[in-house]
Design a protein. Structure first.
Length: 543
């Protein structure tokens, strides 16, 4: 059934605190009485109502009526009828840019002897105001199409083209907006998000993501400053969610931020990043990448992909903050809100892309913990893991848990395996997600073979896992007792390979990370992310 998408999901990505209503003028249209009046007067008779933290929406027939709540929050002021009337007009005016056929009029709400009715907004009896909209089919939204796996590249290209055109038409605003302003907004939101987490298990990943955002903004200060000088800070939509994009019968986008111009004054890449992040939240990262490409092909200047993914991390954290605030208001258990946790996972994946979607070889002697770490890292950042053990056995016609003959581990066979690893890694990089390669890389010949197959598809990092000899022995003995293991390396192999591992001396120091793995994997992951963030300054995008 058609409706208003902002009524479906009240989580909104604004930068202010989600405080309770601070004041109201005391004169307002009672929502239940307004619903009763619409039920009596509209030919359709049946009225559905939906409530968000800032409005009520009444769906009746082919129309929708939005009544703003008389609230004062950190990010919105609807305190008086005059203010609500002005914001109704702003909503119609601004949304006409991308949805001219849906926003119809502003009406008054009058109290006639105890009964509410819709009247001309100029009627002196009006005590409140509503926006009238034409309803649309929610099944035709980008969110619904993506969730149904029914989205096409052509539809994504259409959205990218329209957004590029729209951003080109938006007025240039704050040319001085740059890294300093952005970092202030990042720190403010992160502080509020940490407070909302209230020491829960979400605090650690939030702080880690905060370090990434700060490192990126510092490393790319010149680029962020140049965006403003180049006229790319504009008065845009401000709330680009997949639920707000209607694909049929014609492309329209609803529900922009109407109540505060500063919240819709953004880098165009930031506006685009909201929708990129939301597509990822709908498990549609491929569509997100297609959207970025389509936007750029259509003339939009969103900068490098890494910039869009950086802003997408920020947008995911804002949404997580709002989810926590909403959970606190409804259940009193904000720190356990699964939606906030899901959005933090989205932020982690976006941060990995913002780091340049690196190709990372997780290497080390057998039993060094490389496979365990690679799998955990792949799960965290949504990145494919290519295992040399699996590839070696596939090339021999074996399953991953079959035991391989010693003949499959000769140097000649290993060279061919590493060439194939390189080819598969290059294909993953071309797909845009980055790649993790789980292999020992113990010989220089193996590393050279990998590079031959990889063919410089992307900058390459080697993360070498190390652990004390006794830890290696204990792990090897434990692994020999696991019938479903993939690796064929037992204690004897581990001892032999530990002494034969050829140092990665040909790898530049900046591309060689050394990681101790004799700690809990979550602690190792935190170190890995911190090391990668330190490298951001060495790989800054040119302004």
């Amino acid at each position: 059934m058609g409706g208003l998408t902002d009524a479906v999901d009240p989580a909104r990505p604004y930068r202010g605190h989600m405080s309770a209503a601070a004041s109201a003028d005391g004169v307002r249209a009672d929502p239940q009485r307004l619903r009763d009046a619409l039920t009596l007067t509209h030919p359709a008779g049946v009225v559905q109502s939906r409530e968000t933290h800032i409005s009520w929406v009444f769906l009746v027939g082919d129309r929708a009526f939005k009544l703003k709540k008389p609230v004062v929050l950190d990010f919105v002021n609807y305190a008086t009828p005059a203010r609500r009337r002005a914001m109704c007009h702003e909503e119609v005016r601004l949304n006409a840019r991308l949805a001219p056929d849906l926003y119809l009029a502003v009406w008054g709400v009058a109290d006639r002897d105890g009964r509410l009715e819709i009247v001309d907004e100029a009627d002196p009896a009006a005590i409140d105001y509503v926006v009238e909209m034409r309803r649309y089919d929610e099944a035709a939204t980008l969110a619904s199409r993506v969730d149904a796996k029914a989205i096409t590249p052509g539809q994504i290209a259409m959205v990218g083209d329209r957004l590029a055109e729209f951003h080109a038409e938006c007025p240039v605003r704050d040319v001085a907006r740059g890294a300093r302003t952005i970092r202030h907004e990042l720190h403010q939101n992160l502080s509020e998000l940490v407070d909302a987490c209230a020491g829960a298990s979400l605090t650690s990943p939030v702080e880690a993501l905060g370090r990434f955002l700060d490192a990126f903004a510092s490393a790319h200060r010149a680029m962020l400053d140049a965006r403003g000088r180049n006229g790319l800070i504009r008065e845009v939509h401000g709330d680009l969610r997949a639920e707000h994009v209607i694909l049929a019968p014609q492309l329209e986008v609803v529900d922009c931020v109407e109540f505060d111009a500063t919240l819709r004054t953004l880098d165009v890449a930031d506006d685009l990043a909201f929708l990129v992040m939301d597509l990822c939240a709908h498990d549609a990262e491929r569509a997100a990448r297609e959207l970025i490409a389509a936007y750029r092909i259509s003339g939009g200047d969103c900068g490098a992909d890494e910039l869009v993914w950086f802003f997408a991390v920020h947008r995911a954290l804002i949404r997580a903050k709002v989810a926590l605030a909403r959970a606190s208001q409804t259940t009193g258990a904000a720190s356990e809100d699964p939606e906030a946790g899901r959005l933090l996972a989205v932020a982690q994946r976006c941060a990995w892309r913002a780091r340049g979607a690196p190709a990372l070889a997780v290497c080390g002697v057998p039993a060094s913990g490389k496979s365990h770490l690679a799998d955990a890292l792949g799960d965290l950042v949504g990145c494919p893991v290519i295992s040399s053990d699996v590839v070696r056995k596939e090339m021999a016609g074996l399953g991953p848990h079959d035991r391989a003959a010693v003949s499959l581990y000769t140097q000649e066979v290993s060279v061919s395996v590493y060439v194939e690893l390189g080819r598969r890694a290059a294909a993953a990089v071309d797909a845009g997600s980055g790649v993790l390669i789980d292999a020992t890389f113990r010989r220089r010949a193996d590393r050279d073979a990998f590079r031959a197959g990889f063919a410089a598809a992307a900058p390459m990092l080697f993360m070498q896992c190390v652990a004390p000899a006794e830890v290696l022995r204990l792990r090897a003995c434990a692994r020999e007792r696991e019938p479903g293991r993939t690796s064929d390396a037992g204690l004897e192999v581990v001892e032999r390979e530990r002494h034969r591992f050829e140092a990665l001396d040909e790898i530049p120091a900046a591309a060689h990370l050394l990681v101790r793995t004799d700690r809990p994997v979550h602690a190792v992951l935190e170190d890995v992310m911190a090391l990668l963030d330190l490298r951001l300054g060495d790989n800054a995008i040119a302004a």
